[in-house]
Design a protein. Structure first.
Length: 190
């Protein structure tokens, strides 16, 4: 019986000595200094916030640019979406002629592709008049030219021509920009 009592006391001591003490008891804990330090680190981790605060990354600086409009209309015979050129005057001339295919072209536009990037946005086929395209903002950010554009739509009850139209806008931005992204904004009624 004495042997069993002694074994029970040993098991009880082992079990209770494995339970970590409260923070104030670490100095009295009967373990090595390394064990006490490990328990203190564990308690600090448990008390730390679950997710460390990560500072928000700042966006790269944005440089606002000017969109120099050279043409717009509702009757360009084009349905191609968004285009940008920084080289190749012949492709730009072909597109200009396509926009004015059904009538005599206006005065020649003045876009020097050695110093500018040409931008053409055509919104596609629309069922009536009263539609258009505008470019409210152009900016350079992190080496990419961003062109924000929106479609202008007729408001409720607006008087419009009853003819199929192909609204477009054409212009230039100073500088040679090879990376161009178009951002479509919500339409605006007029």
């Amino acid at each position: 019986m004495k042997h069993i009592t002694h074994c029970l006391l040993m098991v009880t001591f082992v079990l209770f000595s494995a339970i970590p003490p409260a923070a104030s008891e670490y100095t009295d804990y009967p373990g090595t200094a390394e064990q006490r330090e490990a328990l203190q680190q564990l308690e600090r981790l448990e008390q730390a916030p679950e997710k460390p605060e990560v500072p928000e990354l700042a966006e790269p600086p944005r440089a606002d640019l000017t969109f120099h409009q050279v043409g717009e209309g509702q009757y360009g015979i084009a349905n191609f979406g968004m285009l940008a050129w920084s080289t190749g005057n012949s492709a730009l001339w072909s597109t200009w002629r396509m926009l004015y295919a059904h009538r005599t072209p206006r005065e020649v536009f003045d876009i020097d592709l050695d110093e500018n990037t040409a931008i053409i946005i055509a919104s596609g086929t629309r069922p009536t008049g009263g539609y258009g395209v505008e470019v409210p903002s152009v900016y350079l950010q992190d080496g990419t030219l961003f062109v924000e554009y929106r479609e202008i739509i007729p408001g409720p009850g607006a008087m419009v021509t009853q003819a199929v139209t192909y609204p477009y806008i054409m212009g230039a931005v100073k500088g040679q920009h090879h990376e161009v992204e178009f951002i479509k904004l919500p339409p605006r009624e007029h």
